[in-house]
Ligand binder design. Structure first.
Ligand SMILES: Cc1cc2nc3c(=O)[nH]c(=O)nc-3n(C[C@H](O)[C@H](O)[C@H](O)COP(=O)(O)O)c2cc1C
Length: 206
């Protein structure tokens, strides 16, 4: 009898495992079906999901593993409305559950390259915006994988856009907002754009 119960339990666990595997979209599915979402229901995004999304952001590659990304996550509805609710198309911010400002530390204290014994000096992080762009894309993909919507909206180098945001959020001078990503429960389901264009590829030689 004990044996039968054990067998049933193993079979049930196996069946659940297979189901979970079947229902999880593949990384390629997530990449190919992501599209910008600009209308949200207004529902909050649980902190746990936001942390998963940020973890995905921080899993991005970065030059010399410098990880220059910094994130300001705004979940307070009044604050979202007062900082992001004034421009054109502000609805994508005011209906979002959270707004993630992806920032890059544009300078940091480092030893000059190839001089391990030299004192640390403040140097430009040459690749901060590439590194932070990789983090931002991971954030968009992670949000989509969780069934949420998001859109990259422009920050750097449009200084006139980012100066008021930096001021309102107390972002230090050497930390630059690269992009502002509203994240939320989608209230629209636009079809992903088909961007496949073989003309953009040159095999072996341009
Ligand atoms: C650097 C950059 C800046 C963008 N700025 C904005 C923006 O300010 N507002 C906006 O609605 N979408 C913005 N987008 C989103 C693009 O419009 C969108 O990614 C593009 O139209 C392709 O659509 P898809 O994301 O649905 O594939 C930006 C995207 C990037 C990569």
């Amino acid at each position: 009898m004990k044996r039968i119960v054990l067998l049933i339990a193993v079979a049930a666990a196996f069946a659940c495992g297979c189901k979970a595997q079947e229902s999880a979209p593949s990384a390629l599915d997530v990449i190919m079906t992501r599209t910008s979402i600009r209308n949200f229901t207004g529902d909050a995004v649980p902190r746990e999901q936001l942390e998963t999304i940020l973890k995905a952001g921080m899993a991005a590659p970065s030059a010399m593993n410098g990880q220059p990304w910094r994130f300001v996550v705004v979940t307070d509805k009044d604050k979202i409305a007062s900082i992001f609710g004034n421009g054109p198309r502000s609805g994508m911010f005011t209906t979002a559950g959270a707004v993630i400002v992806v920032c890059g530390e544009s300078k940091s204290m480092r030893k000059p390259f190839g001089q391990p014994d030299a004192p640390e000096v403040e140097m430009d992080n040459m690749f901060w915006y590439e590194d932070c762009s990789a983090a931002a894309e991971n954030i968009l993909l992670a949000a989509h994988a969780l069934g949420l919507g998001a859109v990259w909206t422009a920050g750097y180098p449009a200084m006139e856009r980012i100066a008021p945001i930096s001021a309102a959020l107390g972002i230090p001078e050497k930390v630059v907002p690269l992009c502002i990503i509203p994240v939320g429960v989608p209230a629209e389901s636009p079809a992903p754009k088909d961007k496949w264009n073989p003309d953009n590829i040159h095999w072996n030689q341009w």
